[in-house]
Write a protein of this length. Structure first.
Length: 609
């Protein structure tokens, strides 16, 4: 295991040690040199089952499989001498850190597998947000340093500035086509929600073997047919009366209680290619679909939808950007009344209520191109600056949603790349360093200055997906944060894992709690003084929803809902998934259709008392 440096390495955050990628998604080799951001991620197998247990009905998307839980470890960077040729120590934190204080105990476990893209490793395939993470089990960063206003690391100044110089926006045309309405009778997946699903190999009565204390299946939906190459099924939105789900070219709405269609399914002219993860305060979302079925088609058609009624609102056609600024893939997010649409090298904002264009976010400074946006209660933009030069680096900005102007700008040290935003409010960023195969989780203050960096010797393992050309900043399941704490899951190699609460003031662990089940427990969101978490199903037990007190000294999970063991094989078959717990009901849906014609694919499942 390599020894800590006696001085900060060039371009690091508080001189993180040479650790392999971990946590949120790790990172593929920096694709900016390959013409795009991010890479597709393979979908892992379902939870391990004994030989006699029935296998889930669905099969993972095609493509080389990622490493599963407990896979054999490969030679890693720990077998090499320290970066400065010093004698080995029992852990990288055996010596005082570069800022003069003692370090935490080191990473004392065996070498890990190389990061994706390393020589001899397969290229992952099968995109889909929320898919299992091939970087699980890698140590999660490191050491902290805090300097007011400026962070100097290895000669690099991490500066925070204000202002912005975006150009005046230009109005765009509306699309020539819009979604049509499909009658419920023609929609094979919109069957009455009586718990029977759509037939196939599952039991006709999914509640037949329900035991005392278990929740019941409220309804179960199969997915519409998808092409053999697969299709996206992004998003899942729950209102007071309707659960809405996108799949391939359609948008379905189900009554939250009985699963009956609340409005006729909407069919779009082409496949859905992006959605807003968030909904507005009055339950509106925006759906993007492709311009045509041609291989050169763009993801540029925008349609606002009312989730409660299915009514179609405004439409718009997203303009192409400058050279190399593509809409082959885009990302959508909502912050307040602002819809932000991210291309590969710029962004455009609309009033989400009226569709009026508000502003463009384009190149600024010395070759800084916006490459990703993260919405929610705050709006963040991540830009790539000085590509191909000696000053190449990332920058993070908080934008005013109404004007697009930067409230602050934070320069990320050279060599580090922003992979994900685990939280936008407070700001918690997952950073990667491809050259060093190192990762870092950093929290920022409300003015963009450094707040802390997490210190842990655990493999922190949220489930994150990749965008193909632009960054999927908020595409992680298994992260939650409140004003003072971020909650992250450890890896579950075989059996239960833990959720660790980290102080955002210090980066240190505050407490941890073990999964009460036989499988992984994943944070969903904070709810007042409690953390809501989903305990995944095992071969003989359904999943469950638990509430974990975040204050005081006891953090024992309290069971809110126990899903039935009789449907554990169906529940565990949602490999790439979205989950939510609203008004005492638990919803799980797929985010990716494989295109398998041998059996009906799963779309959505709802449990309740």
């Amino acid at each position: 295991m390599s020894q800590p440096p006696s001085q900060p390495p060039q371009g690091g955050f508080g001189a993180p040690q040479d650790q392999p990628p971990t946590g949120g998604d790790g990172a593929s080799p920096d694709p900016r040199s390959q013409g795009g951001f991010g890479a597709p991620m393979s979908t892992p197998p379902p939870p391990a089952q004994p030989p006699q247990a029935p296998a889930p009905q669905n099969t993972p998307p095609a493509g080389p499989p990622g490493p599963g839980y407990g896979y054999p470890q490969q030679p890693g960077p720990y077998t090499q001498p320290g970066p400065y040729g010093q004698p080995q120590q029992p852990g990288p934190y055996g010596q005082p850190g570069p800022y003069g204080y003692g370090q935490q105990p080191g990473y004392g476990y065996p070498p890990q597998a190389p990061y994706p893209g390393a020589p001899g490793t397969p290229v992952p395939g099968g995109p889909g947000g929320g898919s299992k993470n091939p970087f699980k089990g890698k140590p999660a960063l490191v050491i902290a340093a805090a300097v007011a206003g400026l962070l100097v690391v290895g000669g690099t100044v991490w500066a925070v500035t204000g202002g912005g110089d975006d150009k005046k926006p230009v109005a765009e045309k509306s699309p020539s086509s819009s979604p049509s309405v499909s009658a419920p009778a023609s929609d094979a997946s919109a069957n009455p929600g009586d718990g029977s699903g759509d037939g196939g190999e599952e039991s006709d009565d999914l509640n037949a073997d329900r035991k005392a204390g278990e929740a019941k299946v409220l309804w179960y939906k199969s997915a519409p047919d998808a092409p053999g190459s697969g299709a996206e099924a992004p998003g899942m939105w729950i209102t007071g009366k309707t659960a809405v789900k996108a799949a391939y070219k359609q948008l379905f709405a189900f009554d939250v209680g009985d699963g009956k269609p609340t409005w006729p399914a909407l069919t779009f002219p082409q496949k859905i290619c992006a959605v807003t993860p968030q909904k507005t305060a009055d339950d509106k979302v925006v759906i993007a679909y492709m311009s045509s079925s041609a291989s050169s088609a763009k993801c540029n058609q925008l349609q606002q939808i009312d989730l409660n009624t299915g009514a179609k609102g405004w439409t718009a056609q997203l303009a192409e950007g400058d050279l190399f600024d593509s809409t082959l893939t885009i990302e959508l997010s909502i912050t307040g009344k602002t819809l932000t649409v991210g291309r590969s090298m710029s962004g455009t904002a609309y009033d989400v209520t009226s569709g009026k264009k508000l502003w463009d976010k384009k190149k600024y400074g010395t070759g800084c191109y916006p490459a990703g946006f993260a919405g929610g209660s705050k709006l963040l933009a991540v830009s790539s600056c000085g590509a191909g030069s000696s000053t190449e680096h990332d920058e993070v900005q908080e934008l005013d949603p109404a004007t697009g102007k930067a409230r602050w700008t934070t320069k990320i040290p050279k060599g580090w790349r922003v992979g994900h935003a685990y939280s936008v409010d407070p700001v918690v960023l997952y950073l990667t360093n491809d050259a060093k195969k190192t990762v870092n989780i950093t929290a920022l203050k409300s003015d963009g200055t450094l707040r802390s960096q997490l210190k842990s010797d655990d493999g922190l393992a949220p489930e994150c997906g990749f965008a193909i050309l632009n960054r999927d900043l908020t595409g992680c399941f298994g992260t939650a944060a409140d004003a003072d704490t971020v909650y992250l899951p450890t890896e579950a190699k075989s059996g239960p894992n833990e959720i660790v609460a980290f102080s955002l003031a210090t980066g240190k662990e505050k407490w941890r709690v073990k999964s009460p089940g036989d499988a992984a427990m994943m944070p969903m969101r904070t709810d007042g003084t409690n953390l809501l978490a989903y305990v995944e199903p095992s071969y003989d037990s359904g999943g469950r929803v638990v509430s974990i007190p975040t204050g005081g000294g006891a953090h024992t999970p309290v069971k809110l809902l126990q899903n039935p063991a009789g449907t554990a094989n169906i529940e565990s078959g949602f490999y790439s998934k979205a989950v939510d717990y609203v008004d005492g009901r638990f919803y799980i849906s797929t985010l990716r259709l494989t295109g398998n014609d041998e059996a009906k694919e799963k779309l959505m499942l709802a449990y309740g008392k």
